[in-house]
Write a protein that binds this ligand. Structure first.
Ligand SMILES: NC(=O)c1ccc[n+]([C@@H]2O[C@H](COP(=O)([O-])OP(=O)(O)OC[C@H]3O[C@@H](n4cnc5c(N)ncnc54)[C@H](OP(=O)(O)O)[C@@H]3O)[C@@H](O)[C@H]2O)c1
Length: 196
């Protein structure tokens, strides 16, 4: 069975990714507070130890990372650093370290988000982070010719809107995003952004 490392398996989207892929893949779950490995993906040395222990893998999906939601007035400079370090550099770390251990032909799917393209009050951190992930993806795909790398850019999950107490009528069920991660790791393309 192919081995999938899933970082963020307990989140709104990660739960659906795990559900969708666990009949086809041996899923190794990674989160900060639960799972087969418990670590923060911002911690490069913890990641190195994890990948060393896992050995070869065929797919890596990240549905993880933090970025502050809030207006510019609600942001400190540290808030920007915290998000860049978590969601952007955490996913970059996964690729930079994971690629050394990946099986030939392995595939990676990272997460960005619609705020990369859509200026929104309260989205200033995540807009930067998401755009950075998409830029990293385009360039990494050019150079990482022995594996594929893609990004999934979710819009807004229905379940997340419900958790936030919002009207969720325009939300997309998280399973629809999960299908995009599956497509991203299986389709054979590289450098793409899959959007819903
Ligand atoms: N849901 C949406 O509507 C939406 C829209 C646009 C973009 N996105 C993006 O899609 C991704 C998944 O979103 P989601 O709503 O499913 O997230 P979520 O519900 O907040 O779940 C995040 C998951 O990642 C883990 N995690 C968070 N930070 C981590 C870290 N630094 N290292 C390791 N694991 C970490 C969490 O578990 P622990 O807490 O145990 O670590 C949890 O399993 C995120 O990158 C998010 O920004 C989501």
């Amino acid at each position: 069975m192919k081995k999938l490392v899933l970082v963020g398996s307990t989140g709104v989207i990660g739960v659906k990714v795990k559900e969708l892929l666990s009949s086809e893949y041996e899923v190794i779950t990674v989160n900060r507070t639960s799972g087969d490995y418990q670590l923060d993906m911002a911690d490069a040395s913890a990641l190195e130890n994890m990948f060393k222990e896992i050995g070869g893998f065929d797919a890596l999906i990240a549905t993880s990372g933090y970025g502050k939601r809030g207006s510019i007035d609600e942001h400190s400079i540290q808030d920007f650093h915290d998000g860049l370090n978590s969601k952007l550099m955490g996913q970059v770390n996964l690729v930079m370290i994971g690629r050394k251990y990946a099986n030939p032909g392995a595939s990676v799917a990272l997460s960005s988000g619609i705020l990369a393209q859509m200026p929104t009050v309260g989205g200033i951190s995540l807009a930067m982070i998401n755009a950075g992930i998409e830029a990293f993806n385009r360039n990494a795909a050019l150079e990482m010719t022995d594996m594929t790398i893609n990004v999934v850019s979710p819009s807004f999950a229905k379940e997340t809107m419900e958790l936030m107490g919002m009207d969720s009528s325009t939300g997309v069920p998280a399973i629809e995003f999960a299908k995009l991660y599956k497509q991203a790791i299986e389709e054979g393309k590289s450098g793409e952004v899959y959007r819903y």
